[in-house]
Design a protein around this ligand. Structure first.
Ligand code: CP
Length: 321
């Protein structure tokens, strides 16, 4: 595996899930793979789960993790091409990438969408530079448009808790105070479309995800209708993806608190499990009564972040042997 951005990078999902449960059962069984190997984890943005789960997975595999927080531990990096560097950025990615990849065998990058330039973000401009100039396997630790480690962990969690062969999974938009990227819903949609589930997306009009990610999912603008009979409810805020009108990209079109997932919403479901990638704003995205209920899977999901990225690292290390 040369890179981990999309669901197709993991190959057959049944095989990947089987491997995930083996990793979960015996996390130290592949410790020899990481001997004398280093992974660099580069963060342009904040993180709790991704930062810690990546380090834990690397350690489980016998690999040494190095974490770099851009702009805090390092020089501020210029990411635009051809600019006069007369601002506060001291180093260009063009030098920083090959320097960083010289010091490691695998590199993971967290680099959020800027939510200003649709083309720049949806071309995954920064991630692609790491592929082009780094020459080492690259893992998206949430980049402009995707968060595959999260989506794989979500799939593992659904597989663990599903009671029927083909559960109904609903991705629902929920309100937030800030404009958030679409990486989590994009990847969740991409992975659910590839999985054996009945997948529905619900959001206010204007929040349509890019068809590359929404695929053939059923879109239902009536949230209560979408939730009816759901086995899993996955709540997430995202800003306008600008799918049909790029001038709307990154805008907040609604803060309708009627979309907050509370007990009344969950009552429409088939006693569904509640899911969210975290961090979550309580009583904006989800009511306390739901996230604190026994049907909330937010902590098992976060625990599975170690498993999902460990499978990815394991496969990359196997190719490096
Ligand atoms: N879900 C997730 O990626 O969490 P962090 O932003 O804390 O890493």
């Amino acid at each position: 595996m040369k890179s981990f951005f999309h669901v197709e990078d993991i190959g057959n999902l049944d095989v990947a899930l089987k491997e995930a449960f083996e990793v979960k059962k015996t996390p130290f069984a592949w410790k020899h793979l990481g001997e004398n190997k280093t992974i660099m984890l580069v963060f342009f943005n904040s993180s709790l789960r991704t930062r810690l789960s990546s380090q834990k997975a690397a350690i489980n595999l016998g690999m040494t993790p190095i974490v770099l927080n851009i702009g805090q531990d390092s020089w501020k990096l210029e990411t635009e091409m051809g600019v006069v560097m007369d601002g506060d950025k001291s180093e260009h990615l063009l030098e920083a990438i090959p320097v960083m990849t010289n010091y490691c065998d695998i590199i993971g990058i967290r680099s959020f969408a800027g939510l200003i330039d649709h083309e720049y973000d949806y071309n995954e401009t920064i991630l692609r530079q790491f592929v082009e100039y780094g020459g080492k396997p690259v893992i998206s630790l949430e980049s402009a448009t995707v968060h595959p480690c999260q989506a794989f962990a979500d799939l593992i969690t659904i597989e663990e808790y599903r009671k029927k062969q083909r559960p109904k999974v609903v991705l629902t938009w929920a309100p937030h105070t800030k404009a958030l990227p679409q990486a989590v819903p994009n990847s969740f949609a991409e992975w659910m479309n590839a999985a054996d589930v009945d997948f529905v997306i619900t959001h206010p009009e204007g929040y349509e995800l890019d068809p590359r990610f929404a695929g053939n999912a059923h879109i239902e603008y009536d949230q209560m209708e979408a939730l009816r009979g759901a086995d899993f409810v996955y709540a997430k805020n995202w800003s306008c993806p600008g799918t049909t009108d790029h001038s709307q990209y990154g805008k907040i079109l609604s803060k309708d608190m009627g979309w907050t997932i509370d007990a009344q919403h969950m009552a429409a479901t088939n006693n569904a499990y509640f899911m969210h990638c975290l961090p979550v704003r309580r009583n904006m995205i989800v009511a306390d009564e739901v996230i604190d209920s026994p049907r909330s899977l937010v902590i098992p999901e976060a625990a599975n972040r170690v498993v999902s990225i460990q499978v990815v690292m394991k496969r990359m290390l196997e190719e490096l042997q």
